[in-house]
Write a protein that binds this ligand. Structure first.
Ligand code: ASP
Ligand code: MG
Length: 609
C-alpha cells in the first residue's frame, strides 16, 4: 500500500475552519487508498508569539526551556487535527515527537534527527488510523524535548517519509510527501519581492537545495537533503486549491537545457574578513573549526591566493550570528597577528540552475546585468549549479530583479523545456560537464548512516587540467569584474571556479580557473582589460593547479564539513589556496604536486572508498 505524508504549515492550520479543510484533505487521501501521515506545524504565528513571550521574561532564555516552550505550538495543532478527523468519522491518533521516538542530538533549538522508530506509527496505520505527528520536535537521549530549528516541520515530514519508505519490512514502500501552504508552489524568485516571478512545475533536489540555501524561503533545506538522500518525491502545493503544485524530484537530462531556474536573496548577511593571516597549512582549519565549534554555519567562503606569505580569508554568516562569530574570532586573530574587518549591511544574491553544469557564459551574463543596474559586487563565489554575489543591502532587491530579468525568468512557463530553447542559444555548451554527478548510489551509502542527518559525501574528485588567473588590487567598483569576464569569454575561454574577495580598502582580489591550454591566452586578455581599468593592477597566471571536489548532500547546513575538510588537509601540511562551498559541492584548490595526496586525505576523512 502506498503512503502519503501530508504536511500542513502554520497558515494551513491557523483557524478551526482551516483545520477542518486540512482534515478533509487527509481523509480524501485515505479514501483514495493511501495510508496517511499528517505532520503539522504550530498554528499561524504561534511560534513567533512564544519566542516573543520568552523574551519578555528574559533576554537570554535557556535553550532547553525554549524547546520545552516552542514544542507546545505543534502539540496544540496535532490534538485539534486528530479531533477534526475523528469528528468527520475517520479514526485518527496524534503523537508528539517523543511518543514516536524521534531521537535527536542535544543541540537545543537546532537539533538534528538521529533516528526514528517506526513501530508505533506502523501499528496505528495498520489499524486503519490516520496518524497525526507534531512537526519540528524530538527528544534527546536524556528525554529532553528538542526542536529542529525554525521551519523544522518540513524536515520532520520528509524524515518520516524516508524512514517509512525504507523500514517497511517487506521492501520499500511507495511514498510521496506533500507540503500544503498558502503558496501554490516554488517560484523563480520570491513573488513578494519580484512580482513578475513565475511558478515552476518541477525542480531538481539540487536546485531546490541551492535555492533554499540562498534564501528562497520555500522548504527547509534539511528536508530536501533527506528527500535526496532517501529518494522521496516531494510536492509543494496550495492548501486552498486542488491544482498541482511544484514537484521536487531527482535530476533528469532535460533539466540541463535550462541554465537558470531561479534566483534568490538572503537579505541579512554579514561579511567578515580576516586579513594578513599566515598563508600556511592549518590556518583555515583553526579558523573554521573555532566557528563550527559554536555551531555557526558559515555561508560564502572566499579564500584568495596569498601574497608575500599572507592571505586573507573572507566569509559570510547570517547577520544575527555576527556577534558570536566575532567573539570566537577575536582572540584567534590576535594570536595569528591578523586583522578582522566586518560589516553587516550586506545581502547575498544568487542564481541557480542545473544547466550551469553544461553551459558557459552564465557568470558573464549575471555580472553584466548587475553592472547595468549599477550594483557593486563585494564577494563572488561559484558552485557547479550556483553563482552567488554579495552586495550592499541597499542594492539587494535591485540586484535580484536585474538577474531575474537577465535570465528570462519572468518568461518562464510550464514545461521548462520551452524556456530552455528560448534561452539556450545565448549560452555555449561546455566541452565537458565540469563534475559529473550522475549514477551515484546513495542508497548503499545511506544504509550505513548511524545518524539520519549525517553528511553524505558520495565522492571526492581530483582535477588537474586547470590553471588559474589572479588579479590583485582590482578597484572595488561596479563593472570591473564584468569587463574581465566579457574579455575572457570573448576569447572563447571557459571559466570555472570564480572567487572574489575584498583584499583591502577599496580593492578586491579576483581569481578564476580556466583550462590549462587556455591559461596564457586568458592571462593576456585579462592583463589588457586590467591595465585599461588601472595600469597599476597586477595579474598573475599559474599554469597548473590541483582542484578537488567533495560531492554530497548536507554539505553547507552542516557547520562541520569545512572543519573536517580543512582538518584532513592541515594534518598533512597541505595548503589550501582557494575554496568554494555550496550545498552539494565543496571545491578546494591546492598546489599541483599535492593533488594526489589531498585526494587520498579527503577520501579518508569522508570515508569514500
Ligand atoms: N513552528 C515552527 C516554526 O515556525 C516549525 C515549523 O513551522 O516548521 O519555526
Ligand atoms: Mg511556523
Amino acid at each position: 500500500m502506498s503512503l502519503v505524508v501530508q504536511k500542513f504549515g502554520g497558515s494551513s492550520v491557523a483557524t478551526a475552519e482551516r483545520i477542518m479543510a486540512a482534515a478533509r484533505r487527509a481523509i480524501r487521501a485515505k479514501q483514495e487508498g493511501h495510508q496517511v501521515i499528517v505532520v503539522v506545524s504550530a498554528r499561524g504565528d504561534t511560534t513567533d508569539e512564544l519566542i516573543e513571550l520568552a523574551h519578555q521574561i528574559t533576554d537570554k532564555p535557556p535553550a532547553r526551556e525554549m524547546d520545552m516552550l516552542l514544542s507546545t505550538g505543534e502539540q496544540v495543532s496535532i490534538a485539534l487535527m486528530a479531533m477534526a478527523i475523528q469528528s468527520l468519522g475517520e479514526p485518527a491518533i496524534s503523537f508528539t515527537g517523543a511518543q514516536i521516538g524521534i531521537v535527536t542530538d542535544s543541540f537545543h533549538t537546532k537539533a538534528r534527527i538521529k533516528n526514528i522508530s517506526t513501530q508505533r506509527i506502523r501499528q496505528a496505520l495498520d489499524e486503519g488510523k490516520l496518524v497525526i505527528v507534531a512537526g519540528f520536535q524530538g527528544i534527546d537521549e536524556d528525554y529532553n524535548i528538542t526542536t529542529l530549528g525554525r521551519g523544522g516541520s518540513d524536515t520532520t515530514a520528509v524524515a518520516l517519509a524516508a524512514v517509512m519508505k525504507n523500514n517497511n519490512g517487506a521492501g520499500s514502500q511507495d511514498v510521496a510527501c506533500e507540503f500544503y501552504t498558502d503558496v501554490d508552489g516554488i517560484y523563480t524568485t520570491d513573488p513578494r519581492i519580484v512580482p513578475e516571478a513565475r511558478k515552476l512545475d518541477v525542480i531538481s533536489y539540487d536546485e531546490m537545495l541551492e535555492l533554499a540555501s540562498v534564501g528562497a524561503n520555500v522548504l527547509h533545506s534539511r528536508s530536501v537533503e533527506f528527500a535526496k538522500k532517501f529518494d522521496v518525491l516531494l510536492q509543494k502545493r496550495s492548501s486552498f486549491t486542488d491544482l498541482e503544485g511544484t514537484w521536487i524530484v531527482p535530476e533528469s537530462e532535460w533539466m540541463r537545457e535550462v541554465v537558470v531556474c531561479g534566483a534568490a536573496m538572503v537579505k541579512d548577511e554579514a561579511r567578515v574578513a580576516i586579513e594578513g593571516v599566515p598563508d600556511q597549512p592549518g590556518v583555515s582549519h583553526r579558523i573554521f573549526a573555532a566557528i563550527a565549534e559554536q555551531n555557526i554555519a558559515v555561508d560564502m567562503i572566499a579564500q584568495n591566493v596569498g601574497v608575500r606569505g599572507k592571505a586573507s580569508i573572507g566569509f559570510t554568516v547570517l547577520k544575527n550570528e555576527l556577534p558570536s562569530t566575532l567573539a570566537v574570532l577575536g582572540p584567534l586573530a590576535a594570536s595569528l597577528g591578523a586583522k578582522i574587518e566586518h560589516e553587516d549591511e550586506v545581502s547575498k544574491v544568487s542564481i541557480v540552475g542545473t544547466g550551469m553544469r553544461t553551459h558557459t557564459g552564465v557568470a558573464e551574463r549575471m555580472f553584466a546585468a548587475l553592472t547595468d543596474a549599477g550594483v557593486n559586487m563585494k564577494m563572488i563565489t561559484t558552485g557547479d549549479i550556483k553563482i552567488s554575489v554579495l552586495v550592499n543591502r541597499a542594492d539587494g532587491v535591485k540586484a535580484l530583479r536585474a538577474v531575474h530579468q537577465a535570465f528570462g525568468l519572468d518568461k518562464m512557463r510550464a514545461g521548462r523545456g520551452l524556456l530552455g530553447q528560448l534561452v539556450q542559444g545565448a549560452f555555449k555548451e561546455r566541452p565537458a560537464a565540469l563534475v559529473e554527478d550522475g549514477g551515484r548510489d546513495l542508497t548503499s551509502i545511506t544504509q550505513n548512516l548511524s545518524s539520519m542527518e549525517d553528511i553524505v559525501v558520495s565522492d571526492v574528485l581530483l582535477s588537474t587540467d586547470q590553471g588559474r588567473i589572479t588579479i590583485f588590487n582590482l578597484p572595488d567598483q561596479p563593472g570591473n569584474c564584468s569587463k574581465v569576464f566579457q574579455a575572457v569569454a570573448g576569447g572563447g575561454i571557459v571559466v570555472d571556479l570564480i572567487v572574489q574577495n575584498l583584499s583591502g580598502p577599496g580593492r578586491a582580489q579576483l581569481s578564476f580557473s580556466v583550462p590549462r591550454n587556455d591559461v596564457l591566452r586568458a592571462l593576456q586578455l585579462t592583463r589588457t582589460v586590467a591595465k585599461s581599468i588601472d595600469p597599476g593592477i597586477d595579474v598573475v597566471a599559474e599554469p597548473d593547479i590541483a582542484k578537488l571536489f567533495v560531492l554530497g548532500v548536507g554539505m553547507r547546513t552542516h557547520s562541520g564539513v569545512a572543519r573536517r575538510m580543512f582538518g584532513a588537509l592541515a594534518t598533512r601540511g597541505i595548503n589550501i589556496s582557494m575554496i568554494n562551498t555550496s550545498e552539494v559541492r565543496v571545491s578546494v584548490v591546492v598546489d599541483t604536486d599535492r593533488g594526489e595526496e589531498a585526494l587520498a586525505a579527503l577520501k579518508e576523512a569522508f570515508h569514500v572508498p
